[in-house]
Write a protein that binds this ligand. Structure first.
Ligand SMILES: *Cc1c(COP(=O)(O)O)cnc(C)c1O
Length: 476
């Protein structure tokens, strides 16, 4: 036992309280269907104010149980379909416990977590069909992964000297489908290109980006003295769940000598699914870089995303720069190569690999594939229920796991928008079903993106019947 100011004074007492809390958490996850999102009451919000005084472990566990645990995002519930939120996994309880105990700093050096992260990256690059020259780093999410990938693309285009000279007058431009996620727009702005540097290509067809429009734009831009530096494909658009033709994009990128990056935040994981969904990501192994999230369709606890870069040298060239106080040793804890700080913008990093590894070891990759296929099937089932319903209408074809519809197609567009917006809010507040909304054909529609391994047929039937019931009360 240590004589520490910040370790428990009484480990037996702390142990008893920790066991009690673990049981509470297990029960909460086992009964996830009983715990939808609920609004945070005013007095609870106030109670989070930090008093600065000490609390006994028993009282703290009470507060964690009653004031904290109930006020979650709702995404552990089987009828949560909003935005693209991962569902979480019981394996996370195990991995987070061990990670907190080890408290590894994964920026570098020679210890277990760095080897585990390399194993996670290696497994993923094989799933995606990338070669063994590929490097990667686990990050907060696809937003940060995109910044890292586009930095590498810039360096590849301008050469190593650009780390010192910057863009040096070169006018770099990138290309993406119009439905590209804001993460890409943010990355372009953050890297200082300016939002005009992102050329938006029409992508409203079921095959995503219009490839001939893309080629025309690149040719025009080159003629005007601009430097195309990246084509950004989307595997699973956030709004509709559409997929660009990745082989088509790879052919163009190869012919024109432009870096191909793919945002596969959730959609990349259709690689684990059965056909026809598996085929949506054919060609993803041809990218120069890609981003995907473990915290969405792979259900790993937040946060955990990944950037993969086809050529390790390109990755390292963009980021590695260790000052003397971080120089690698030949041996000992200060050894090891690469250090993950050579691959991104974080130096101190948490142990994200462990929660991925624990999940894959516990469940095996086939069960993830089955869950992902099942989600796509359920989105199709939701689409069928909508189509068969007298009032409702599907607003976009269901290609993967996203279903967009309106609750009453017979109303004028503005009234439909109001109705769908109100339905989404009411169903959330009543703790029944969580849809988010999006615009299609000038109508605010209900949108389900099913990345939820707890969802079953009955949840989808229930959700559609909830929409119908609320729609009727609102129309009266
Ligand atoms: C969620 C998402 C992002 C952003 O990823 P984060 O992990 O939230 O940073 C980017 N692209 C797509 C398609 C997404 O669904």
């Amino acid at each position: 036992m240590t004589n520490s100011k910040l370790d428990p004074e009484n480990w037996d007492d702390f142990r008893a309280q920790a066991h009690r809390l673990l049981d509470t958490c297990l029960k909460r996850l086992e009964n996830a269907a009983d715990f939808p999102w609920v609004p945070v009451p005013e007095d609870i919000k106030q109670s989070y104010e930090i008093s600065g005084s000490e609390t006994k472990a028993e009282a703290l566990v009470e507060r964690l149980t009653h004031d904290v645990l109930p006020y979650h995002t709702g995404n552990t519930h089987p009828q949560f379909f909003g935005w693209v939120h991962g569902t979480g996994l019981a394996s996370g309880l195990l991995s987070e416990m061990v990670a907190a105990t080890m408290n590894s700093n994964c920026g570098g050096r020679d210890h277990g977590a760095t080897y585990m992260e390399r194993a996670v990256i290696d497994w993923t690059r094989k799933v995606m069909g990338l070669p063994d020259t590929t490097s990667g780093v686990l990050v907060t999410g696809t937003s940060q992964a995109t910044v890292i990938a586009l930095s590498a693309a810039r360096l590849k285009t301008l050469g190593a000297a650009s780390r010192k000279s910057g863009n040096d007058g070169a006018k770099l431009v990138a290309y993406a489908g119009a439905g590209v996620h804001t993460a890409t727009k943010n990355a372009i702005e953050l890297l200082g290109f300016g939002s005009d540097a992102l050329r938006l290509v029409p992508d409203d067809g079921p095959d995503g980006m219009d490839l001939s429009a893309l080629q025309d734009l690149i040719a025009q831009d080159r003629k005007s003295g601009l430097t195309p530096f990246a084509i950004i494909g989307t595997a699973g658009s956030v709004d509709r769940g559409h997929f660009d033709d990745l082989n088509g994009l790879a052919d163009i990128a190869q012919t024109l000598g432009v870096w191909l990056h793919v945002d596969g935040a959730f959609g990349a994981w259709t690689r684990l699914a059965d056909d026809p969904w598996h085929g949506l990501t054919d060609g993803i192994g041809r990218v120069d870089s890609m981003a995907c999230d473990f915290h969405k369709w792979m259900s790993v606890p937040y946060d955990c995303g990944l950037v993969l870069i086809r050529q390790e040298a390109d990755h390292r060239a963009a980021f590695a720069a260790r000052p003397s106080y971080l120089a690698a040793q030949q041996d000992g804890l200060g050894a090891g190569d690469p250090w993950f700080c050579d691959y991104g913008i974080d130096l101190s990093r948490g142990n994200r690999a462990l929660k991925v590894w624990t999940a894959l070891e516990l469940y095996g990759q086939d069960r993830f594939g089955q869950a992902i296929s099942e989600n796509c099937r359920l989105a199709g089932f939701m689409g069928d229920l909508v189509t068969a319903h007298a009032d409702m209408a599907l607003m976009a074809p269901v290609l993967s796991n996203v279903c967009i519809f309106t609750a009453n197609a017979s109303l004028d567009k503005a009234t439909q928008s109001d109705l769908n917006t109100l339905i989404a809010q009411r169903l959330q507040i009543e703790g029944k079903t969580v849809f988010s909304t999006t615009n299609a054909d000038g109508i605010v529609c209900l949108r389900a993106a099913i990345v939820n391994h707890r969802t079953q047929n009955a949840d989808v039937q229930n959700a559609i019947s909830n929409v119908h019931k609320i729609a009727q009360t609102l129309s009266v």
